[in-house]
Structure formats: C-alpha cells, structure tokens
Unconditional design. Sequence first.
Length: 157
Amino acid sequence: MSNDHKLVDRPLTASPTNLYKPTEDEQAAMQGVRARRIKTPRVKMTESKERIELSLDHPDPAHGQALLMRSLGTGEVDFFSELLAQLGRASANGPQGDEQRLNFMIAVIKGIEPKDQLETMLAAQMAAIHSMTMEFASRLGVCPRNHFFLDQTQRDP
C-alpha cells in the first residue's frame, strides 16, 4: 500500500468514456484544499537491522530541510533533528517505524502553524497524544466486553 496521498483532479485513465467533469463546487473545493496545503517534503523511514533512518523526500536535502524547518517554526537544526527523532519514536509501532503516522503528526504540527519552538513542542505533544488516544480507542473497540466487566455470576456478594 502506497503512502503517497495526492489529490487527483483528473481521471486516472484518459479514456474518452471515462472523463469526469467536476461541478463548480467541486472545482472550488479542490482549489480550496490546494490553497490550504503547506507544501513540505514527506519524511521517509528506512529500516535497518539496528535502527530506523529518517530522511526527507526531496531532491535537495538542504532545501527540503529548510522548507520543513520553516513550517515547524524553527531555525535551529538541533531542535529540528531532535524533534524529528522524538516524533519518529512516538510514531513507532513497537520496534517498527510507522511512516504514515509520523507524517500525520508532522501534518498536525504544520496545520497549527507554530510561530516558535515552544508552539512546535506543544503542537507535537497534541499530535502524539491524539495519535495514541485514537490507537487505544481502536483497540478498545475490538476487545470483548467481558475483559472489562465481570459477569454477574463472578461478582463477590
């Protein structure tokens, strides 16, 4: 399954019988979404035997890093590097990285549009707490109810 989530405003196949003409409202919605998007490179995870490497999906690493640092409200490389490492650990699923969750957390931070490092840290905490809350909520949904509540016959008098 690909993690490339891109909006497409044209058919995937260019067959004359398959052309879709979006309504004015759909076109306006597409333009609105594009206008809101904060364009930065995605963070890629590469797993090796002992660690997970983080890199930016950008043809020029320095410019990609500058784009992401600006959207994260910092000019400090040390802050940026440690924040990415912390988000990488927070997004991991056990020993395995979760690239989609990491990029979700970064998108949350970007959406808050932090003005400085303090706002970035608070936004990162919100992203991590939200992600973990939703993870545990989904786990609760698949557990049988008898794991949480005693049957009437098992209660002490």
